[in-house]
Design a protein around this ligand. Structure first.
Ligand code: IZC
Ligand code: ZN
Length: 425
């Protein structure tokens, strides 16, 4: 991707979220704001950040594309650290069944749910998956997302898992958003292995995982550890092997039932444990001790009408909390960062400041990218969001509506609402 030189001046505030590691406890409330701020990006990398008058003394406007951000808030690009955005077809029918009272797990046990998407994804061509992927990434970009994680898991066989990951690889190369890839081969038990979960885990370990590693198609390995999906023992077996092979670990943990996924994440030194609606207090404490990021997905709790994860308790116990959309065709079909802000602040009692930290520096930490993105610090990527309002407080306040005016990726303006959201990358 191209890299640019930009000078942003006169911002009513630059919300730096400054730091090179995950924020915990009270740190999440300190956004390290510079009033009347400026940011300089050279060759796609942040070169300077500070008060406008000081920056303008040292850097000449004629050397840059200059953006006057008077009356506007400037933040780091958002990091959406948990999505399943590459998939075939949709499951609108199932959403409506859920409205009538049938649960997500009931649908899955009747052979629907993830398996429906698996059938459609196996049948889809690479081009179809790519074209749909581009549309979804464009939508995310317009909402301020500059780094996204994407999971496989709609193949559940060698060929389709590789196809999904290769499509994401291509999307990463061609679209401005950075795509971080996670192998989720153990997302559900495919029909051909029904009733033989252990044999399926063996297949993933011996035949799929080594191919993903050899082709360098994923940085992380994940599993849907849940009652009636994969057990703690099966999760441990796969993740232990993946760790040995050099993958970072993620785990869909304690979403519907308290199974001990949080404890397992701590034991294995996972980078993140995600969902955690039903995580035990012990699990939360162990995760904090082990430095595992808690990635919370309030859109999913909302969509499934499940109780929200206990964000306040987690933050108070010094856990690094990240927020993400969980964008997927089943449990949470949304890429809406504004919706996540609204739910996290209003239903999970997070402050606006904590929510900003959770979608920037802590999202970056959930992807092992806290040294390169997630804050406006010298040396990090020039990934910036400019709001059409003077404060980050408008993000949760303007309920469910995007406040993003411009998005800058590697120092290049890639979205501009003033140009009717026209795609300019
Ligand atoms: O397609 O339903 N929970 N995986 C685990 C999902 C939801 C995605 C889906
Ligand atoms: Zn998920």
């Amino acid at each position: 991707m191209n890299k640019g030189n930009i000078l942003i001046k006169n911002a009513s505030e630059v919300v730096t979220c400054s730091g090179f590691k995950a924020k915990t406890g009270k740190e999440m409330s300190d956004l390290k704001i510079i009033p009347d701020g400026a940011v300089v990006i050279e060759e796609g990398i942040i070169k300077a950040v500070g008060k406008s008058d000081k920056i303008l003394e040292s850097f000449k406007e004629k050397d840059y594309q200059v953006i006057d951000a008077f009356g506007k808030s400037v933040l780091p690009g958002f990091v959406d650290s948990h999505t399943h955005f590459v998939f075939g077809s949709y499951r609108a029918e199932e959403f409506c069944w859920r409205l009538s009272g049938i649960s997500y797990m009931d649908i899955m046990q009747r052979g629907g749910g993830i398996i429906n998407t698996v059938k459609a994804t196996r049948a889809a061509s690479r081009k179809e998956l790519y074209d749909e992927g581009i549309k979804r990434l464009n939508s995310m970009l317009s909402l301020g997302v500059t780094t996204v994680e994407g999971k496989s898991g709609y193949g559940l066989d060698y060929e389709t898992e590789i196809k999904q990951l290769e499509v994401m690889d291509e999307l990463d190369r061609t679209h401005p958003i950075d795509v971080v890839k996670t192998f989720l081969g153990a997302h559900a038990v495919p029909e051909e292995y029904r009733g033989e979960e252990d044999r399926f885990i063996d297949y993933i370990i011996t035949e799929v995982l080594p191919g993903v590693a050899e082709k360098k198609l994923a940085e992380f390995c994940d599993i849907f550890c849940e009652k009636n999906v994969f057990s703690i023992e099966q999760s441990k077996r796969l993740l232990f092997k993946a760790k040995e092979m050099g993958f970072g670990l993620k785990i869909h943990a304690d979403e519907i039932v308290t199974l001990g996924g949080a404890e397992l994440a701590a034991e294995l030194g996972a980078v993140s444990a995600d969902h955690l609606l039903q995580a035990s207090q012990r699990g939360i404490k162990e995760m904090a001790r082990a430095g595992v990021v808690a990635t919370l997905l309030p859109g999913t709790a909302f969509s499934l009408k499940e109780p929200y994860p206990k964000a306040r308790y987690m933050i108070d116990k010094q856990l690094a909390v990240a927020l993400a959309t969980d964008m997927n065709p089943g449990s949470c079909f949304t890429e809406s960062v504004p919706l996540i802000f609204a739910l996290a602040t209003i239903y999970m009692n997070m402050s606006a400041e904590e929510a900003v930290s959770a979608l920037t520096i802590n999202g970056a930490a959930a992807l092992n990218r806290e040294k390169t993105v997630g804050s406006i610090d010298i040396g990090k990527k020039g990934d910036i969001v400019i709001l059409e309002f003077p404060s980050y407080k408008y993000i949760p306040y303007h309920l469910g509506v995007s406040c993003v005016e411009k998005v800058i990726k590697n120092g290049i303006i890639v979205f501009d609402k003033e140009r009717n959201g026209e795609k300019i990358c």
